[in-house]
Write a protein that binds this ligand. Sequence first.
Ligand code: 13P
Length: 287
Amino acid sequence: MLVSATEMLKKAKAGHYAVGQFNINNLEWTKAILQTAQECNSPVILGVSEGAGKYMTGYKTVVGMVNGMLEEMNITVPVALHLDHGSYEGCLKCVEAGFSSIMFDGSHYPIEENVAKTKELVKICAEHGMSLEAEVGSIGGEEDGVVGAGECADPNECKMIADLGIDFLAAGIGNIHGKYPANWQGLSFETLDAIQQLTGEMPLVLHGGTGIPADMIKKAIDLGVSKINVNTECQLAFAAATREYVEAGKDQQGKGYDPRKLLAPGAEAIKATVKEKMELFGSVNKA
Ligand code: 13P
């Protein structure tokens, strides 16, 4: 059964480790992440972006697939199904579809509007036993070749949103989605520390987990980060393993073209990536 992410992240914050959110794109991704979480005895959060939700034909399909897998694969570790960077409308759709957690990304609204919309969702999530993540300070990333610098959130605005009754807070601390550029300045621990001092017990979320050096990840966890999102790294690992298979001509040997064979190396690569992250984040055996 799916659970909200509230309990697992409270435990993570108190225990000084972080739970990974790994984004899913299809059946292979979901299966690989669930298998790894079970093998590592780790809690896990499956992230679904609005784009990935559409790709999988809609949120109801995702809920059906994940619930089916939890049962058929005998998954016993805590699993949350979480909307990643949701719009207000997307959040409502996921509540209806049976997600157990949502992120409302109101970071592009003026703070008053972010507050008003987040407040409404706090009420709706409470009614459904779901967890809610909110965001302050937009998280940059590469779009059409233009790299946006990771913004640093205003700690006072973080406190304002944290006090609305959300369950965990994403705050920009110089992190960005996708690969980090060579001239990246690194995470702003000063900002993170200031946010953590004002928000206290609130679990903090680090987006853009791909490519952040291990020592920075550990320091971020020390300063109150309890959830780390990883997406691109699984995509890169999947693509590289699939490329290797095809370049070695394996799809042309025997029945190597069978999708169950063709996609297997990529799935194994995702499993290895997720395991490595769970070890780094300290969530192994924390189920
Ligand atoms: P990366 O793709 O950089 O790992 O970021 C993932 C993320 O933050 C999803 O919200």
